[in-house]
Design a protein around this ligand. Structure first.
Ligand code: G1P
Ligand code: ZN
Length: 550
């Protein structure tokens, strides 16, 4: 075996977005595309400029969500890691590791960092998407300082180092060597399951299933299946078949593995039926997102964070209470009310889990969440789908109440934040950029403007100053905040691969219990009209309605 130096041409367009580098699978399969990015990453990690630590001789965790190209990418990365002086790789068996499991393994094995192969909730397969992201030694997504350094490197890269060793056997657990690098193929579930056992009362959950509690978890043919089966069925005694679509498939069986009411249609139908289970749940491609359902009742992710915060003390891991909470800016302010009642801090961060990392590391927050079906805590540095499912099951076990009654009770106590996100997908980039630029230019004129009963109290482009390391992030979304607390937010997605996606977030608060059971879109229709008036989405995009509204 020898280490080859391959001359390459620097590529443009490899800037990581909200969550790593995402592209069409076909783009990733072009000669040197993956290699260039991985070499840039390894160079940055080996030169110690980012946090003064050097990757050489250290341990990396590696795994992905099992989508098409996962296995081939694993082999390429192993050969490149061996050629770039990595000491050891902990590889999930079969190349499989969910995003929260990578985070858990980095932390439990004190690894230098980890590489996750996933495009999360984006469809997979040869015609779908692929992605790669780096997580640091805290288990969390790389900071923007690091991703920007990698991006800069991709633009000047001239050579790639790669071992010419044959492909490794990745389907059997155990230790092997490639060049001077040890590769340990590990059980993808074990470390993660041990962590869950340490957080929740597994005896309580076991007794629920023994008494006949019914659950349906839709793993959407993605990586969450093996985790959910091992923990819920094997360990906690839920009947076999509780987890459906449980075998990770390279194309997710054609499903769009994004757990929302639009994509998880099978689960929605099941939860609306007469024989619906007590609880329904779904996860996304890499199992960091979650959707929670009761009988014919969808828990909005923003409400989920608020309810979990309000009841956290019922969970062994959070019995002492929470130090603080954080939500991304577009996430509804439901959790803010709970935090203020509990007398704890509530941070508002830009979109993307990476912004929670410093707050979690500094011990300033315990729970975090995003409106995009992401919920998590300080147990790892990623959002965590199965953790959220176990949390909701535990709440039902500890209180004896259904999901719907827990949420309705929450609204009665704290009020309801009606909330919806409208996505306009596949907009030409120039149209989307012009729409945002025009909105930005208009901000001063929107200040104090009246729209019907409401007046704009604040019109701005959200910026964030990280209270831990002082980094500032600009242009994180246009906000219109009204005098009654209602909000309209516009931002462009940072995870798409087809043109641009405009996300429009609508929110309004309702304190009156009598008014808390209205159809969500209806109650937000006037805000949608204002958004249209201000941004001219229809005219500019030619789209009469959003592609997805949840
Ligand atoms: C989307 C979500 C965001 C989430 C990210 C990664 O990013 O909106 O909350 O953190 O996916 O799962 P966006 O496409 O909006 O940039
Ligand atoms: Zn995901």
């Amino acid at each position: 075996m020898t280490i080859q130096t391959i001359f390459t041409q620097a590529l443009t367009g490899q800037r990581p977005g909200t969550s790593g580098l995402r592209q069409k699978t076909t783009a990733f399969m072009q000669p040197m595309y993956l290699e260039n990015f991985v070499q840039a990453l390894l160079d940055v990690l080996n030169n110690g400029v980012v946090d003064g630590r050097y990757l050489r001789g250290q341990t990396l965790v590696l795994g992905g969500d099992g989508r098409f190209y996962n296995r081939a990418a694993v082999q390429t990365i192993l050969k490149m890691a061996a050629a770039n002086g990595v000491g050891r790789v902990l590889l999930g068996q079969g190349g499989i590791l969910s995003t929260p499991a990578v985070s858990a393994v980095i932390r439990s094995r004190q690894a230098f960092g980890g590489i996750v192969l996933s495009a999360s909730h984006n469809p997979g397969g040869p015609q779908g998407d692929f992605g790669i992201k780096y997580n640091a030694s805290n288990g969390g997504p790389a900071t923007e300082t690091l991703t920007e350094a990698v991006y800069a490197k991709t633009q000047t890269l001239v050579q790639v180092r790669c071992s010419d060793a044959p492909d490794m056997a990745i389907d059997q657990q155990g230790v092997q060597w490639m060049e001077q690098m040890q590769v340990e193929v590990i059980d993808p579930v074990a470390d993660y399951a041990a962590l869950m056992r340490s957080l929740f009362d597994f005896d309580l959950l076991r007794s629920m299933f023994a008494r006949g509690f019914t659950l349906r978890v839709d793993a959407m043919n993605a990586v969450g299946g093996p985790y959910a089966k091992a923990i819920l069925e094997t360990e906690l005694g839920a009947p076999v078949g509780t987890v459906v679509n449980a075998i990770p498939m390279e194309d997710f069986g054609g499903l769009h593995p994004d757990p929302n009411p639009v994509n998880a249609t099978e689960l929605m139908t099941c939860m609306a039926g007469v024989n619906a289970p007590d609880c329904g749940a779904a996860m996304d491609g890499d199992a960091d997102r979650n959707m929670i359902l009761g009988h014919n009742f969808v828990v909005s992710p923003s409400d989920s964070l608020a309810v979990l915060t309000a009841h956290a003390r019922l969970i062994p891991a959070y019995r002492e209470g929470l130090v603080g909470v954080a939500r991304s800016m577009p996430t509804s302010a439901a959790v803010d009310r709970v935090a203020s009642a509990l007398g704890i801090d509530c941070f508002e961060t830009p979109t993307g889990w990476k912004f929670f990392g410093n707050l979690l590391d500094a011990g300033r927050v315990t729970l975090c969440g995003e409106e995009s079906y992401g919920t998590g805590s300080s147990h790892v540095r990623e959002k965590d789908g199965l953790w959220a499912i176990l949390f909701w099951l535990s709440l039902q076990g500890a209180t004896g109440r259904s999901i719907e009654s827990l949420v309705r009770e929450h609204w009665r106590v704290y009020g309801r934040n009606y909330y919806s996100r409208h996505d306009y997908e596949g907009i030409p980039l120039d149209v989307a950029n012009a729409l945002m630029a025009d909105l930005r230019a208009k901000l001063p004129t929107l200040q104090a403007q009246r729209f019907g009963e409401r007046m704009v109290m604040l019109a701005d482009d959200f910026s964030y100053l990280d209270p831990v390391d002082g980094t500032s992030s600009q242009h994180q979304g246009i906000r219109l905040i009204f005098d009654d607390g209602a909000r309209i937010i516009f931002r462009l997605s940072g995870t798409g691969t087809d043109g641009a996606t405009l996300r429009l977030y609508l929110e309004r608060y309702e304190a009156d219990p009598v008014q808390q059971d209205m159809p969500v879109q209806k109650t937000l229709a006037d805000l949608a009209t204002v958004a249209e008036q201000v941004a001219g989405i229809r005219v500019r995009t030619g789209m009469a309605t959003p592609s997805v509204a949840t």
